[in-house]
Write a protein that binds this ligand. Structure first.
Ligand code: ATP
Length: 320
C-alpha cells in the first residue's frame, strides 16, 4: 500500500493529535504517503484533504483537540454519501483509510469496508471508554484527570460549608468516566446509567458518613443517568444538608493529553499503519491486558459494553 488517508471523526478526544502524529510518522518511515482528511467524513465526502509531511505533525503531540478537526456527518449514513466518499478516495489514489473516532465513526469505516472493499483501520478515540473490545479508549484517561482536578477543588469548598456536591461528568450512555473519577476522587456515591439508583439508600449513606465524622459529600453523576441539576433537586427534597450541583461540561474534552493517552496514541497509530502496510484492513486496534491488539471491525462494533460491577462495589466499600 503506497498511499493512505487519515481522518478524525465524532467527538474530539485528547490524544487524537498524538495519534495523527504517530500515523503520519510511521507511514513515512515505511515509505508510504498520508493524506490528512479534514472534518471527518464530511471532508471525505467534500474532498477536503492535504498531503501530510514529517513536519506537518510537529508540535502537536502535547495538544488537545484534533489538527484535522472533526465533524458529525449525516450524509455518511446514506449510500449516496458513502459513494461520494469512495469516489474521493479513488480520485486521490488512496488505498487504505485510518479512522480515529468512536463507535459511530467505526460504523462509517465498516460501511466503506463491507460495501466498497476499502481497507480501513479504526483507532478508538473517544473520552467515553464505551467500546467493549478495548480496555481503554484514547482520551479517557485525560478526561478523568480533568474531572479529578475539578472534584478536588469542589471538595475544598464543600468541606468548608459542609455541603453535598453533585458533579456531572460526560460519557454518553456509558458510566466509566463517573466510575473511574468516582473511585479515584474519593467520591462517596456515583450515579451511572447501568445501575438504577435508590434515593433512600443514598440518603442513608450520606447520613452514615456524617455520623462517622465527614463534613461534606461528593456524588458523581454520569450524564447518561440524570443531570446533576435534576439529581441535586431530588436529593435536596430528601436531606437537610445543603446540596450544590456542578456540570463539568466540555472542558473534559480539551487539554493536553496525559502520559497514558500519549502512549496509547503512539502505539495505536503505529499499529494501524503496520497493519495497512501488510495489506491487512477491516480491523480496529485497542489495548487488552496491557497488550496492543487488533480485531475484526464488524466483531468489535457488535460487542456490547459491559459495566465493571467489581469496581463499583470497590467504590462502595472504600468510600465511606
Ligand atoms: P463519540 O463516541 O466521541 O461521540 P463517535 O464516533 O461515536 O464518537 P458519532 O457521532 O456516533 O461519534 O459518529 C461519527 C460519525 O460517523 C457520524 O457523524 C457519521 O458521519 C459516521 N457514522 C456513524 N454511524 C454510521 C453508520 N451507521 N454508517 C455510516 N457512517 C456512520
Amino acid at each position: 500500500m503506497k498511499r493512505i488517508g487519515l481522518l478524525t471523526s465524532g467527538g474530539d478526544a485528547p490524544g487524537m493529535n498524538a495519534a495523527i502524529r504517530a500515523v503520519v510518522r510511521t507511514a513515512i518511515y515505511f515509505g508510504m504517503e498520508v493524506y490528512g482528511i479534514e472534518r471527518g467524513y464530511a471532508g471525505l465526502i467534500e474532498d477536503t484533504m492535504m498531503p501530510m509531511e514529517m513536519r506537518s505533525v510537529s508540535d502537536i503531540v502535547q495538544r488537545g483537540g484534533t489538527k484535522l478537526r472533526t465533524a458529525r456527518c449525516l450524509e455518511m449514513l446514506t449510500q449516496d454519501g458513502q459513494k461520494k466518499a469512495v469516489k474521493t478516495l479513488e480520485r486521490h489514489g488512496i488505498e487504505g483509510l485510518v479512522v480515529i473516532g468512536g463507535d459511530g465513526s467505526f460504523r462509517g469505516a465498516k460501511a466503506l469496508t463491507e460495501n466498497y472493499g476499502i481497507p480501513t483501520i479504526g483507532i478508538p478515540g473517544t473520552i467515553d471508554n464505551d467500546l467493549e473490545y478495548t480496555d481503554y479508549t484514547l482520551g479517557f484517561d485525560t478526561a478523568v484527570n480533568t474531572c479529578l482536578e475539578v472534584i478536588n477543588k469542589l471538595r475544598d469548598t464543600m468541606n468548608s460549608h459542609e455541603r453535598i456536591s453533585v458533579v456531572e461528568v460526560m460519557g454518553r450512555h456509558c458510566g466509566d468516566i463517573a466510575l473511574y473519577a468516582g473511585i479515584t476522587s474519593g467520591a462517596e456515591i456515583i450515579i451511572v446509567p447501568e445501575i438504577a439508583y435508590d434515593m433512600d439508600d443514598i440518603v442513608m449513606r450520606i447520613n452514615r458518613s456524617r455520623a462517622n465524622g465527614k463534613h461534606s459529600n461528593i456524588i458523581v453523576v454520569a450524564e447518561g443517568a440524570i443531570s446533576a441539576e435534576d439529581f441535586a433537586k431530588q436529593l435536596q427534597e430528601n436531606t437537610t444538608y445543603s446540596v450544590r450541583s456542578t456540570n463539568i461540561g466540555h472542558i473534559q474534552r480539551g487539554g493536553s493529553p496525559s502520559m497514558a493517552d500519549r502512549m496509547l496514541a503512539a502505539q495505536f497509530g503505529n499499529k494501524a499503519v503496520r497493519l495497512l502496510k501488510d495489506g491487512i484492513g477491516n480491523r480496529v486496534v485497542g489495548i487488552h491486558r496491557n497488550e496492543i491488539i487488533d480485531m475484526d471491525i464488524i466483531e468489535a462494533v457488535s460487542m456490547k459494553k459491559k459495566f465493571n460491577y467489581e469496581l463499583y462495589e470497590t467504590l462502595q466499600m472504600i468510600s465511606m
